[in-house]
Unconditional design. Sequence first.
Length: 498
Amino acid sequence: MKVIVAKKAGFCFGVKRAVDTAFKAAEDDSDDKKPVFTFGPIIHNKEVVAELAEHGVGMVDSLEELKKLPISKIIIRSHGIGRDVLKNIEEMGHEIIDATCPFVKNIHKKADESTGEGKTLIITGDPDHPEVQGIKGWCNNEPYIISEVSDIDKLPDKIKGQLTVVSQTTFNAKKFKDIVELLHKKYYNIIVCNTICNATAERQEEAEKLSAQVDVMIVIGDKSSSNTKKLYEISRQQCKNTYYIQTLNDLDLTVIESASRVGITAGASTPRNIIKEVHDSMSEANEFEKLLQEEENFSIRTGQIVEGTVIGVKPEEIIVDIHYKSEGIVTREEYSNTPNIDLTTIVKEGDPITVKVIKTNDGEGQVVLSYKRIAAEKAYAKLEEAFNNEEVLTGTVTQALQGGLSVTVDECKIFIPASLVSDSYERDLKKYEGQEVEFVLTEFNIPKRRFIGNRKKIIVEKKAALAKELFDRIEVGQTVEGTVKNVTNFGAFIDLGG
């Protein structure tokens, strides 16, 4: 029997961050140590909640319970909470530790900004799920919540103003696509923000493919976990022998006795030790343990060059799988020096990419990466050779600055001072933006990242060469053609081409 564990099974980034935050709060041994509670279960997993309780982290489910507590540390669950609830906790004087998933916080921001501008919000998701309730709590007007395609029929035929669509991060990706298609047919003024977490979409896609290849499919996760339920539903469509368990104790091993291939996947809130326990009970194979060990042993450092795969692209950022415990982010500014570039037109999911680690943690648990710095460093050798040999370089003007031009050559920025842009005074440097210009390097300092260009020298030398060529070919008494450039009371200025 071959046991196959889905690569994306188990804790996602947001869940791991929330759980780690809770355990860290429990380890506080300062003199002014306060009691620690989570507002609602930190994640949808009873085993994790019980383990936190053993470490002294309690749980409250309502504001009424909070009012009865002494001043405490209150950890906001990974699903997030509404604005008014957050404000109430603050007014009680409790110390807030926000473990809301960064992707969920991004939806809160969209909900706040969109409805603040008078737009109407549509949320796809389970209306009773705490994440959806939290998103709703950041709206400035009443949103519509859709959990099924049929719910669209319940919406009014006309909705005033622009519509914005967001989604619960763990919503079924295929169902979201179907809903959006129908919304586009019903309404014309609509903005769609696909806020389904990349990890969720990938986990669902992987579950669909894996369940179609096995005889038995095991889905592990808490019964209250929304994303695990969706994994079960997706797997059940492909494999009729799909079983939903919370722990190894729920697994009847007789169901796999005649199977030649067994698949295992798990929800985002399922700890890896539970997955491993189930895996080990079904097979002597050690592949998953090796996978965990490799991930634990793999570390990164600032300045390191790593290979990765693009797993998500937005106009302003790229999400990269660098085979680390956290995903990496390449912002538009760290991809290219070209302003306002739309990354979706250049990069696509699945592309391999080589990047440089700028920060191992941006404060939200993500790794900050740069693509353009690698390109710039590769260009240093070319620039140094051009500097030493006084070769002419060609670059694109990306920005007109107050004191000169910012020019890019292979993602390396060169500064051309205003006095060296031309052989005459240039009042308007803006006209050069987007143009290609020729120049020579007059200063090249990698440690200081100081690269100075001179365009004036090129112009002066070209004009001198033209003048020499002209005077070499004309003679006194010779008839030549020219262009009148200026007429004065004492004569005329003629351009003879030199």
